[in-house]
Write a protein that binds this ligand. Structure first.
Ligand code: NAI
Ligand code: MG
Length: 504
């Protein structure tokens, strides 16, 4: 018997079987491009594979969009805008957004499982994402009628200043919160009256395609178009398309810069939600257990694959040993395993490439003099060998200018710094090119407010972390981005201003 047939006949493990069963139940029926309200193959009829990072198995083939496909999608979007969507009243758009939220909630369990299969996140966290996605459509449904303008009248003129949609927008999203990122982009774009071409990440295209299936009867054809594909193919085609009037991108700072450069060629407005290396500051008056829980959640939620992750801990010397001991114990208590299991706290990373990237940072950290208080590699557990797992890791003793302290690792890796001089600590907290978020943990509210103002970042949590409520603007300072999501301000990113000056 050849070794090939041995492999074929090998009994699947319990985890493999469970993932196959789940895939049979929740994979979308259509994995082609979604253009003009129909699923259509890519012009070049090519596909790419998306895999399950827990088992390494291929989940399905997905149409590989390229420039010709993006062209078709943009054309369909303009046709839908000119012929249909532009005539929808705010109230009609509100109904569409509400119906999308309802359908997401109706299919919540299925969407959460699909997200877990494609991305590897614990299903409890995927369920929270799905809820967050529905909330996003509800929030923008709620403010869709808000489109205030201004008037100006004097002896010469009576003028109005109004806001109009761009028409067709291009949106590129990452793999860490696939469905939620789709909702963060689609909801405000539609609320403001635009049609869109959305490119999901190549690692996780399935939940956006399933969403397309679910909203086919709700959204007029061509208003939402989904073109999966690679970044340098479909992504680049969206980023420098002549007929796209506004671009919104979430992903790495490196690609964000490229998108911004492409946008310059067509003088297209851009909003960018990029990387982070956020500080979390612990004061000595804090209850140790509270600090431990908050810091652990700040770094380990979603396997550290969060742009806002609290990845640099600044803990006051007085309680540093206790907090770090507590964190090591918290890591010991974490359940690392099958993300389809409700009890799992930490699943695999999204891909082998991401595992290797994280491991490279760990090696560099060690070379730079860092000491692992816990973790430092892949878990030594046969049962996890097929998956893209990385151990939760705490690194002590690094100089703040080391790569692992400066660059976004995007894994379950926390770098630890002790402080006793406030001004020096703040200087270090701000000494990175990013400025997305920050955390402050103390019972002294005046101190917390001062520190919140001292940290150069777009979003600061005091005594919590990761809590994002629609209505509260989210976005970065410095190289973490341009523009704000989740808020009324977001609608203005999807509208342009027109002055109508009537001569008296
Ligand atoms: P990426 O920035 O390459 O991917 C994000 C999206 O951009 C994907 O849809 C991708 O296909 C697209 N893209 C890639 N190249 C493009 C191009 N030339 N033109 C237009 N679109 C393009 O991120 P990647 O490589 O998957 O991850 C690398 C690192 O980026 C991560 O380790 C993490 O540090 C950071 N990242 C940050 C995210 C955030 O939410 N801030 C999300 C994803 C990644
Ligand atoms: Mg995948």
């Amino acid at each position: 018997m050849s070794s090939d047939s041995d492999t074929e006949m090998a009994e699947p493990t319990a985890v493999q079987q469970r993932h196959r069963d789940a895939a049979a139940e929740v994979l979308p029926a259509h994995t082609d491009l979604y253009i003009g309200g129909e699923f259509v193959p890519a012009a070049a009829t090519e596909t790419f594979e998306t895999t399950d990072p827990t088992t390494g198995a291929v989940l399905t083939d997905v149409a590989r969009g390229r420039r010709a496909d993006v062209d078709r999608a943009v054309e369909a979007a303009w046709e839908a805008f000119d012929e249909t969507w532009v005539d929808y009243s705010a109230g009609q758009r509100q109904r569409v957004l509400t119906a999308i939220a309802d359908t997401i909630e109706t299919h919540a369990d299925e969407l959460a499982q699909l997200e877990t299969l494609d991305n590897g996140k614990p299903v409890s966290e995927a369920a929270a994402d799905v809820q967050g996605a529905a909330e996003q459509f509800r929030y923008f449904a709620g403010i869709v009628r808000e489109n205030p303008g201004e008037t100006m009248t004097d002896s010469q003129r009576q003028a109005q200043v109004i806001k109009e949609p761009y028409g067709v927008v291009g949106q590129i999203i990452p793999w860490n919160f696939p469905l939620m990122m789709a909702s963060w982009k689609l909801a405000p774009a539609l609320a403001a009256g635009n049609c869109t071409v959305l490119k999901p990440a190549e690692q996780t295209p399935l939940s956006a395609l399933r969403l397309a299936e679910l909203i086919g009867d709700i959204v007029p054809d061509g208003v939402v178009n989904i073109v999966p594909g690679y970044g340098d193919e479909a992504g680049a085609a969206v980023a420098n398309h002549d007929d796209i009037r506004k671009l919104a991108f979430t992903g790495s700072t490196a690609v964000g810069k490229q998108v911004m450069k492409s946008a310059a060629d067509t003088v297209t407005d851009v909003t960018l939600e990029l990387g982070g290396k956020s500080p979390i500051v612990v004061f000595p008056d804090t209850d140790v257990q509270t600090a431990v829980s908050l810091v652990a959640a700040a770094i380990f939620y979603n396997t550290g694959e969060c742009c806002e992750a609290g990845s640099r801990l600044f803990v006051h010397e007085e309680i540093a040993d206790e907090v770090l001991d507590g964190l090591v114990a918290a890591v010991d208590d974490m359940t690392i395993g099958d993300p389809l299991d409700d009890a799992t706290d930490l699943g695999p990373k999204v891909s082998r490439a991401q595992v290797n990237r994280t491991l490279d940072y760990l090696k560099r950290a060690q070379k730079d003099g860092g000491e692992f208080l816990t973790g430092g590699g892949q878990p030594d557990d046969e049962a996890l060998a097929d998956g893209c797992y990385v151990e939760p890791t705490l690194i002590d003793g690094l100089s703040h200018d080391a790569a692992a302290a400066q660059e976004e690792i995007f894994g379950p890796v926390l770098t630890v710094f002790r402080w006793d001089d406030y001004d020096e600590m703040i200087e270090l907290a701000n000494d990175v090119e990013y400025g997305l978020a920050g955390g402050v943990i103390t019972e002294d509210i005046s101190q917390a407010n001062k520190t919140a103002r001292d940290i150069e970042a777009g979003y600061i949590w005091i005594n919590s972390y990761h809590d994002l409520a629609p209505g509260l603007p989210f976005g970065g300072y410095k190289q973490s981005g341009i523009g704000r999501e989740l808020s009324a301000e977001t609608l203005d990113h999807y509208r342009q201003t027109k002055t109508i000056n009537l001569s008296l």
